[in-house]
Design a protein around this ligand. Structure first.
Ligand code: SAT
Ligand code: MN
Length: 581
């Protein structure tokens, strides 16, 4: 008798007609063979093997360099269940429309069957997935980003309990590109794109969109959060989960190195993008990182902004859409040192600093094993995860939002997450730098109606004993003159120290209409160029601006009609009252 997996592979092969089928075992030999094949076909280029052993460069189609949110759908039976935050078709329409695109799509190509585990191999919170793909780049990347191959097949056995993901490059035309989720069937279909978030189906499609849907049914949380631990000089370690939109510095924060002035502190990385959080036996909230690698933004990454990741990506890594120097080194804007006098740009064209174009695509990425990260936490593969004491919601906001503030309680914290907004980045194909609402940094990733999602957060809060404290952060506030007020990067530890102080009831704050804001003396600015006036600006609560914001928030909440929990409306009203007082 064929297992459910074997049956599905067979059906899929009938429909997509691959030249041959390869079942991935996850071995090094298999990886090396895939790389060799891609080098031979030109899908991968070898980087300088002395400086970057086992590292390769991949160039994606120039029309296929970021997530395409307008082509991403959540196909629940009822439209309201997908909510205004998702594009929607009926599952039947989607199958009809997109099914056609898969017909014969793998002709002449190898079909890779990629079994994988999201989460540590033995964790009770981990989940199984299988991705069928005709892209060797995807199969190889999945080996870095997940626990892929034999371990997954062993855990799966003959069970049908896995998320199915079908992926084909198709013809890479944006006209025939769709990223479709069928949460009720635990099924993902992706065609026409080879880009990370669209094609590595374990990541955003499974771990967040389907994950959030499953989490609501099963009573846990799947969030767009990094996870880090901070060890203080006393030896006490506190774990924090932090949600920021794509390309807002999650990877850098997760790997923060305490600056000279913050001696005795240590930061441990558990994850840089996604957190699955369950209520543990002790009633606290415990988080695992479902991923095994980092898919980080290259531009701006250097030994100043993120030394740990610079060390991580030196071997066994795949670079996508970065520039290539004559010495075979990867290069991107913002890398240490001077730009190379000449290079090959991300599209494979000759480039010089005078070209007037970017050498690397602004959303160029590295795919690299988490285990290589110097700051990786000794608990990063702990089956139970790590206990979370604080949750941060952060955005990129030039104005209005203070450097950091704390919610009054869980419900108010959910409201702070729900009303978060951020300036857009190059991680999605749309205008960059526009302020858009991005609740909990989950707008592109919530696999169901966000009104219900906030309701789920509220319900979770009632079940967690010792709920994490919730904060908003904003490293990006600017002065009237348009200058960043806060140095960011390693110095963000000073803000995290206040957060930890609040967790352990050791740090002070002042109660304001928007929440508890640190007093100037509560943030250590010793040794950084943040003057008292700048700190004041960073922590200022602009009543007029917030009154305006609360009106904008009303408009946003209204979009969700009666799916928006009453409590969130009440919080907005309470905020307006406090501001007018
Ligand atoms: O969506 S990706 O996983 O490609 C990266 C991101 O936008 O967070
Ligand atoms: Mn992300």
């Amino acid at each position: 008798m064929a297992t459910p997996l074997e049956q599905w592979v067979e059906e899929t092969a009938q429909h997509t007609r691959p030249k041959n089928i390869h079942w991935c075992d996850g071995s090094e030999a298999e990886y090396n063979k895939m790389i060799a094949d891609m080098l031979a076909s030109g899908t991968m280029l070898e980087l300088n093997q002395k400086a970057y052993p086992n590292c390769y460069l991949h160039r994606s189609d120039p029309s296929d360099v970021a997530r395409t949110e307008h082509l991403t759908f959540v196909c629940t039976s009822a439209k309201e269940d997908a909510g205004p935050n998702n594009n929607w078709m009926t599952p039947a329409d989607a199958k009809e429309k997109v099914g056609k695109l898969f017909a014969g799509a793998m002709q002449g190509r190898t079909m890779y069957v990629v079994p994988y585990i999201m989460g540590p191999v033995t964790s009770p919170f981990s989940q199984l997935g299988v991705e069928i793909t005709d892209s060797p780049y995807v199969a190889a990347s999945m080996r870095i980003m997940t626990r892929m191959g034999k371990a997954a097949l062993d855990r799966l056995g003959a069970s049908g309990n896995f998320v199915k993901g079908l992926h084909s490059l198709g013809d890479l035309s944006p006209e025939r590109r769709f990223i479709i989720h069928f949460p009720e069937e635990r099924l993902i279909w992706s065609v026409g794109s080879g880009y990370g978030g669209n094609a590595l189906l374990g990541k955003k499609c499974f771990a967040l969109r389907l994950g959030s849907f499953m989490a609501r049914e099963e009573g846990w949380l799947a969030e767009h959060c990094l996870i880090l631990g901070i060890e203080e000089p006393s030896g006490r370690t506190t774990y924090i989960a932090a949600a920021f939109p794509s390309a807002c510095g999650k990877t850098n924060l997760a790997m923060l190195i305490p600056p000279e002035s913050q001696k005795g502190y240590k930061v441990f990385t558990v994850g840089d993008d996604i957190a699955w959080m369950h209520i543990g036996a002790d009633g606290r909230l415990w988080a695992i990182n479902p991923e095994a690698g980092f898919f980080g933004v290259a531009p701006g990454t250097n030994y100043k902004t993120n030394p740990n990741v610079m060390e991580t990506i030196k071997r066994n890594s795949i670079f996508t859409n970065v520039a290539l120097t004559p010495d075979g080194l990867p290069w991107w804007e913002g890398l240490d040192g001077d730009p190379p006098a000449n290079a090959i740009d991300w599209q494979g064209k000759p480039w010089t600093p005078q070209s007037g174009t970017k050498g690397a695509h602004p959303n160029s990425r590295f795919t690299t094993p988490a285990s290589q990260c110097p700051s990786i936490s000794p608990h990063w593969e702990d089956p139970n995860g790590v206990p979370i004491s604080a949750i941060l919601f952060g955005g990129r906001r030039a104005k209005l939002v203070p450097l950091v503030y704390q919610s009054f309680n869980w419900q108010h914290g959910v409201f702070l997450g729900a009303t978060m907004a951020s300036e857009t980045t190059a991680a999605a194909t749309s205008a960059v730098g526009v302020v858009r609402r991005d609740p909990m940094a989950m707008l592109p990733f919530c696999g169901y109606n966000m009104g219900d999602y906030f309701g789920h957060w509220l319900a979770m809060g009632k079940r967690i004993k010792q709920a994490p404290l919730i904060f908003r952060t904003n490293w990006f506030r600017q002065s009237q003159e348009g200058k960043f007020l806060w140095p960011g990067f390693g110095e963000n530890l000073r803000v995290l120290r206040w957060v930890i102080g609040r967790v352990h009831q050791e740090a002070g704050a002042v109660e304001t209409p928007i929440g508890y804001v640190p007093r100037p003396q509560d943030i250590d600015t010793n040794g950084i160029a943040v003057s008292p006036t700048m700190l004041q600006e960073l922590l200022a609560v602009d009543r007029e601006g917030w009154i305006e914001a609360s009106h904008g928030q009303r408009e946003f909440l209204d979009k969700f009609g009666d799916r928006m929990p009453r409590e969130i409306w009440q919080e907005n009203e309470a905020l307006e009252q406090r501001l007018k007082r």
